[in-house]
Ligand binder design. Structure first.
Ligand SMILES: Cc1cc2nc3c(=O)[nH]c(=O)nc-3n(C[C@H](O)[C@H](O)[C@H](O)COP(=O)(O)OP(=O)(O)OC[C@H]3O[C@@H](n4cnc5c(N)ncnc54)[C@H](O)[C@@H]3O)c2cc1C
Length: 445
């Protein structure tokens, strides 16, 4: 019983949080056990503590973005990336407060800002802070600054390495607090792990992907300017996935180039021989999918994500709410469960622009024959004689269809950010338990 509790997903999720807090506070713990001999007073020690915590937090950012399956399986990529974003702002604040305290308590330290006369340790601190400011500004205002995703991602990696590397150099340079053996061991270990994660993400993982290529079998047009890319594993068994999960795809070019895009699988998760992605032509990369010739090499990094009905084996039924291309994880869930001959009820509320635009319209009709499935189409621009639902998916519409005993279902939402927010609020108002609501955001960054 005890070991079952220890291995439950909730216990594991809490375990990671404790591990995070422990590693972040470890430098302070060692500082408390072996206090520096300087006796420089509370405020200086406090400022140093903030610096150490910020450095540990920034080193841990490499772990948060390394797509480590075990961590990711506890929360889902979007939650981890949210955390990565918010915690970086906390670390950023600590980094700024760290020298400010010094400047107030010991105004003579302001001289350290003069990069011509300052010692190396101070030059490193200033450069690390500048790299961090550039990192935060280009990330928070990426869209406003019109920075395309791929150059941004490369710059993000370079700036992150610079920030942590220079920060560490600064800490070692100051030495006063790192002189002790255990402190030096700790920071060397943190630096080595961060370095390993970088090597793993940029070299080891792409190398593993290179050994398991896929070939494009066909590119099929679907309704709504969507193209289905069907891939077959070449020389290996492929992978099984839980319907609703996603993978990062690299097409044609080597996986060492960082040109990968995340897409939900739209096919049956239990079929290892063929894996399909349905992609809406929206931007630079997605508009090229229709022209990808059969035989093109593809590389996959996945599966990822916790947006899947498979995590809720004991639930009595499901409510799926999709808008536009948000249908892809849902069609995978429905197809997989139809093949598994699942007898539970499924309700799909599906918002599209027009009747002609409805991606997988015919496939959904076929699925109704195999599953206990009720599909409610909601059209924004309906034809004149349309007898069905129109407009937006709001509280009133949801109330008409979702079961009275709300807690008997799990609710999955995937749509535009605006629709997802509105549907989530409406479900809360309808007293759907928050733990039963699951969302997949297609706009990670
Ligand atoms: C978990 C998840 C599942 C998804 N599933 C699907 C799906 O099944 N079908 C589908 O059509 N779309 C899906 N998307 C969205 C898809 O990844 C983006 O539309 C696509 O990467 C945009 O690339 P682009 O170059 O065509 O667009 P652009 O117009 O160049 O970029 C538009 C925006 O997309 C984002 N983006 C661009 N490149 C990347 C990248 N390499 N990685 C991450 N984000 C990027 C950026 O925010 C960018 O501002 C999914 C996204 C996520 C996060």
């Amino acid at each position: 019983m005890k070991s079952l509790l220890m291995h439950s997903p909730v216990a594991i999720a809490f375990g990671w949080i404790w591990a995070y807090i422990f590693i972040t506070l470890l430098p302070l713990l060692i500082l408390l056990i072996y206090p520096p001999l300087s006796g420089r007073g509370f405020w200086i020690d406090f400022s140093v503590a903030l610096g150490f915590i910020a450095l540990a937090m920034m080193a841990l950012q490499f772990a948060l973005t390394a797509r480590i399956n075990r961590i990711e399986a506890s929360y889902g990529v979007d939650i981890i990336l949210q955390f990565h974003r918010y915690i970086s702002l906390v670390a950023f604040t600590f980094v700024l407060i760290h020298p400010l305290i010094l400047f107030v308590v010991q105004p003579e330290t302001l001289q350290l800002l003069n990069i011509f006369t300052a010692p190396w340790r101070a030059k490193m601190a200033v450069s690390a802070t500048l790299a961090l400011i550039a990192l935060v500004v280009t990330t928070v205002w990426r869209q406003q600054l019109n920075i395309p995703y791929e150059p941004w991602r490369t710059a993000h990696g370079v700036l992150a390495v610079l920030t942590v590397g220079l920060g560490l150099g600064h800490a070692i340079g100051v030495g006063n607090y790192l002189g002790l053996f255990w402190k030096a061991v700790l920071w060397t270990a943190i630096a080595l792990v961060a370095l390993w994660l970088l090597v793993y993400v940029r070299l080891v993982k792409p190398w593993l992907m290179l050994k398991k290529p896929y070939l494009v079998e066909e590119v099929r047009p679907e309704r709504g300017d969507v193209w289905t890319l069907a891939l077959r594993p070449r020389g290996h068994k492929g992978f099984q996935f839980q319907p609703g999960q996603f993978a990062w795809i690299t097409l044609e070019i080597s996986p060492f180039r960082m040109r990968e895009h995340p897409f939900s699988m739209s096919s049956n998760g239990d079929n290892l021989e063929k894996i399909e992605f349905s992609i809406k032509a929206l931007g630079d990369f997605t508009k090229t999918i229709k022209d990808v010739p059969p035989g093109t090499k593809a590389f996959l990094d996945g599966p990822y994500g916790v947006f899947t009905t498979d995590r809720y084996e004991d639930t009595a039924g499901f409510v799926l709410i999709a808008g536009g291309i948000g249908i892809t994880p849902m069609i995978s869930m429905l197809t997989t469960h139809a093949e598994r001959k699942d007898e539970r009820p499924y309700l799909l509320i599906y918002a599209s622009k027009t009747w002609e635009d409805i991606t997988f319209r015919e496939e959904l009709d076929e699925l109704k024959e195999k599953l206990d499935l009720n599909v409610v189409h909601v059209l924004r621009e309906p034809p004149e004689d349309w007898p069905g639902e129109t407009g937006y998916v709001d509280k009133e519409l949801l109330q008409r269809y979702i079961p009275k005993r709300r807690a008997t279902r799990q609710y999955f939402i995937c749509a535009s950010p605006k629709m997802m927010d509105q549907v989530e609020i409406a479900l809360h108002q309808l007293e759907v338990p928050p733990m039963n609501i699951h969302m997949e955001h297609f706009n990670l960054v």
